[in-house]
Ligand binder design. Structure first.
Ligand SMILES: Nc1ncnc2c1ncn2[C@@H]1O[C@H](COP(=O)(O)OP(=O)(O)O)[C@@H](O)[C@H]1O
Ligand SMILES: [Mg+2]
Length: 249
């Protein structure tokens, strides 16, 4: 009887393991097909344009247009590949992080300065609110910058002229919370979790020049700092992305 129970336990453990392996394979499969699709689109555009240009003699202006499209699409391929390499490094190689103590007020002042330039170009207002006291985190400066720039780029991209983007910092003992709030397109409730997945876009691909890996990268960076990113949004009203990080003494 006891042997039976032991055997059943083993069988269950074995089945559970097989199930996990199958799920991992399914993920790898799905991921590969996303990557293939994302790389194929720019290549198809380049091929189509070049083939058309080769069909008959065109004027210089037309050749220039084709070459411009080609360069744009090649740049897009390079961006996708760079972001994929970045994600792989973030998720599988913790050695890439160089942690140091960072004064968040100073750090966010820099981020906001850059944000205000982007906002001005787009006819959007911006602001920064920080507490009186200094707050510190232990973080990798380069990656933390990348995290916030990804959030800021999205906020600017999805906020039409006349809108507003606000960076806000609040601290409560153990945690520091930094939010990037916009008054833009917003996100449907059903898409709220999916936007952090690789290659998911909640809006028309034409409106977004990005690689759709920005939020995956941002979330990986937050997690590598024992932190998290949350989003609140209502469609048509705007979105707020909040990064929580452990405060450094
Ligand atoms: N501030 C925002 N407002 C509205 N939608 C957003 C915002 N940030 C992200 N999203 C949605 O999440 C998707 C994924 O974002 P991201 O990973 O940065 O990819 P990308 O910017 O390249 O499209 C975007 O395509 C968009 O649909
Ligand atoms: Mg983005």
């Amino acid at each position: 009887m006891e042997a039976d129970a032991e055997m059943r336990r083993l069988i269950n453990a074995f089945n559970a393991m097989i199930e996990r392996v199958e799920t991992s394979f399914a993920h790898v499969n799905e991921f590969s097909s996303h990557v293939a699709h994302e790389l194929k689109t720019p290549l198809a555009i380049i091929r189509g344009e070049v083939e058309l240009a080769l069909n008959e003699t065109r004027d210089i202006a037309e050749y220039q247009r084709v070459l411009t499209v080609t360069v744009e699409e090649i740049d897009r391929l390079i961006r996708i590949i760079k972001d994929l390499l970045m994600l792989a490094r973030l998720d599988f190689n913790p050695d890439v992080f160089r942690f140091e103590k960072i004064n968040l007020k100073e750090f966010l002042a820099e981020i906001h300065e850059y944000t205000s330039i982007l906002c001005e170009e787009k006819g959007v207002t911006s602001g920064l609110t920080v507490p009186d006291v200094d707050c510190f985190v232990r973080a990798d400066r380069v990656h933390l910058r990348r995290l916030f720039l990804n959030l800021v780029h999205n906020a600017v991209k999805f906020t039409p002229a006349g809108g507003d983007i606000r960076i806000n910092m609040a601290a409560d003992g153990n945690d520091v919370r930094i939010s990037v709030a916009d008054t833009g397109a917003g996100i449907a409730p059903a898409d709220m979790e999916k936007i952090f997945e690789k290659f998911f876009r909640a809006h028309d691909a034409k409106t977004t020049s990005g690689t759709s890996l920005g939020l995956s990268i941002a979330r990986s960076i937050a997690r590598a700092h024992q932190g998290r990113i949350d989003v609140q949004s209502s469609p048509g009203q705007g979105s707020t992305f909040t990064v929580s990080l452990p405060a450094a003494p």
